[in-house]
Design a protein around this ligand. Structure first.
Ligand code: PMV
Length: 317
């Protein structure tokens, strides 16, 4: 299953166990950043176990209890709690680049488990809306990976969006790779303490509506403008929470300055956004990708070379 990048951010929960979001969000699905999950029934093993799939970027040993405990919940819902399984998973993108993989990996786990259980129970695989809602309870943002190229998540409604947007390529400018000091789960909790949270709730439905109609109409500049507003607002929540926290690194700031210079030059209009981390996502129409790569190379060095200050990864929608 693919990852996704939100332009209107999901930040804050009304129910932390079920990942019920305080606000609606929308995202572009990143077809090029994928997680694969393989599930096999064990013959005799007392518990489920996890192994890294052999990919170009094998995951480090031990993927964390959240993954296995979500699987436990999925199999319990199917009355298969007594059966144990081996779960193998991997990503086609590096795990040391600070890119969150929870959206793609939880979506892939939900999908693989569904296929496995449907097979064992001789039933059909459920509809994507239902699976997206199940996946949401493992990792909120994963629910948006079930629809492409654009997805809208509002409450329990997770749907594909109408779009006249051009095909876009996502460049992820890697501005930090360290383990996050504040997990996104903790960020969802802490933003409730920000004095900006109440007024965000007043602004967010209008912003989501603007983004939604701009995506539907292919109004690129409005999509770009609204994404920038919402990115800053989410990061302002972080800076004004108790205790405050932030994810930007010095490299993040230099990429944001590059974005403003680029907009001013008028040649490229990257749609820029940042999740709960230091990396900057720049969305560029597919037809401009070659020229934009050249600009990035001039600005930050050639990404494939060792020791470049800021490297990037690419994914099309
Ligand atoms: O699903 P989580 O808990 O990883 O939420 C992360 C939410 C953001 O990535 C910060 C924003 C979003 O809408 O994806």
């Amino acid at each position: 299953m693919p990852s996704n990048i939100a332009l209107i951010k999901y930040m804050g929960k009304t129910d932390h166990k079920q990942n019920a979001a305080t606000n609606g969000s929308c995202s572009m699905t990143l077809d090029g950043f994928r997680s694969t999950v393989e599930i096999r029934a064990n013959d005799n093993s007392a518990s489920d176990n996890w192994e890294a799939l052999e990919t170009d970027y094998p995951l480090p040993v031990g993927v964390g209890n959240r993954f296995l405990s979500f699987f436990h919940k999925l199999k319990t819902n199917e009355s298969l709690a007594d059966q144990t399984f081996t779960i193998r998973s991997g990503n086609n993108f590096p795990s040391d680049c600070g890119l969150a993989s929870s959206a793609s990996s939880f979506a892939a786990l939900t999908m693989a488990a569904e296929c496995c259980f449907a097979d064992l129970k001789d039933r059909s695989v459920r509809a994507p809306e239902e699976l997206a809602n199940i996946s949401r309870t493992g990792s909120g943002s994963s629910c948006r990976s079930f629809f492409a190229p654009w997805c809208l998540w509002e409450g329990e409604s997770i749907t594909a969006m109408d779009s006249k947007m051009p095909a876009l390529m996502d460049f992820v400018l890697v501005c930090g790779s360290k383990h996050k000091a504040v997990s996104s789960s903790e960020a969802h909790r802490r933003v409730a303490t920000s004095p900006l949270m109440d007024s965000r709730m007043e602004r967010i439905s209008d912003r989501l509506a603007r983004s939604r109609s701009a995506i539907a109409e292919g109004d690129y500049n409005t999509v770009c403008e609204v994404a920038w507003e919402d990115m800053w607002e989410m990061h302002s929540l972080f800076h004004t929470s108790q205790p405050p926290f932030f994810y930007f690194s010095p490299k993040t700031i230099s990429v944001l300055q590059f974005v403003e210079r680029t907009w001013k030059s008028g040649v490229f209009m990257p749609i820029a956004t940042i999740d709960a981390g230091p990396n900057v996502h720049l969305l560029i129409p597919a037809e401009q990708v070659k020229e934009f790569r050249k600009l990035l190379a001039t600005e930050f060095g050639e990404s494939h070379k060792e020791g470049v200050p800021i490297r990037y990864l690419e994914s099309g929608a």
